[in-house]
Design a protein. Sequence first.
Length: 132
Amino acid sequence: VCRGTSSKGDGGLVVTLHDLKPGDKVILSSQYQRSVETVARVTPTMIVIAGGNEYESKYRKHNGYRVGDESYCRSHVEIATDVMILKVNEETFRRRAQEFLSRYNWGKVASATLRDVIALLEADTRSREVKT
């Protein structure tokens, strides 16, 4: 059973997916990543998450799995606690930062700037080595 407190800050306890209301936060997990999403609406049997371009995805209240997903690629929602939201936001930041850095055109960066970047990364590496 998913357990947590309401991410709306109203003090209401969200114990199961059946307790979710529009505006509550959920963690959407897919095969590739997790994200924090907002419940758009609920029906007696489903939780609806609104996406971009007027796209909606629907999840079953009884188990959190997406309606219509294939068994090998199933996405699902779970109740978002404050701790989970922070963790997923950090994962999202790190994924986007890695994508940005891997696609960046380093060939046009001034040598002095590259030296600064390398120095920062080397210092970070050394600080992590000292902690272990």
